[in-house]
Design a protein around this ligand. Sequence first.
Ligand code: MTE
Ligand code: MO
Length: 377
Amino acid sequence: SWDIVLEEKHPDMLHLLQFPYNGEPPKRLVTAKEITPNNLHFIRNHGGIPTIEEDKWDLNVDGLVREPKKLTLADLKNESLFPRITKACTIQCSGTRRVEQIALYAGEGDEMINAPWAEGAIGTAVYTGVSLKHVIKHCGGLINKTGHIELFGADTYFKQNEVMNYAVSVPWSKVKANEVLLCWEMNGKPLPKIHGAPVRALVMGYIGARSVKWLYRVSALDRPTHAPVQSKEYLYFNQQVGKHNQRPVEGIQIQEMPVSSAIMSPLNKQVIIHEGAIDCRGWGYSGGGRWPERIELSADGGFSWYAVPVENLSSKHRFAWRTWHYSLPCEVEGWIEIVVRCWDNSLNTQPLEVRSAWNWGLHVTSSCHRVKVYSVN
Ligand code: MTE
Ligand code: MO
């Protein structure tokens, strides 16, 4: 699988874990483009990278559907069966910016699960595929309309002395809204092996964990799956919870991501020589089909805020981030703290301090991102 990393990924990717392979782009490249090039999109894996031959692949649709079927890639690409959909969409790992929680208090999270992600565990690409809703209709529709749809990946991983396939589930209501796609193209090119070839799920506006790669089976259930990735990982615990007392049923299964943002430039601890304004750039994102409506920056640690003019934000799309740039006025000389916050279209915004977002699983670091720089004016 290391050969696949070298073949498909940019040489400057930061390799956070060699096996299972996890990597993110360096800060200067995270928001260099509004659409992330395939070789710079972050990668999150729980196990190996399976190599699947396209013409041997099929998708099993089973469980509580009226007519279980096996579909080939040619079936999915047959436009008289399924309308083709192309959509720009952001995938964000719930571990994005986890380093800030680790720096505050590492907790007792499992090292393998808790890759030390910075601000690059997010990427935006244009995906092409079909709606899972249309595929399920093609299989006669659901017997029971109130369930979850389970998604299985061909990769296996090892957990509590058991080898299992990667599996999660999403509510039928999400599928019904045409917000779950089965994709074979990323940015106009065949889906890279490392991103799930030949077909992956794309669950728009949910944590990356639900967008199952190397998809080979979807199964209709009357409840969320009991698979460990769904029921034991990706849980948002309250602050009284640690390893000694964690009870998975008390954790919230993370689905939609809240609003968040990050500064990609300047870098923390950088010395900046400027003439009254510091050039800043970064991203803002909100899950669940909400979008960044306003980005604000502070040069004084979060007491006063400048709104980034809307023309400095990239275009607005449901389910996609907005990149931004701004010359932040600053007359002070010495150490200052630059802070960003995002407001989404529902006027949700971010907690000011990472300590109020800290949780034992080290997920969803949605607090305001801060960098300290030395200002020379
Ligand atoms: N799908 C499979 N089959 N195996 C995995 O380990 N990781 C998930 C998701 N889909 C994973 C998977 C997680 S946690 C994330 S954040 C996204 O894939 C990352 O997608 P990417 O690697 O294409 O960026
Ligand atoms: Mo993730």
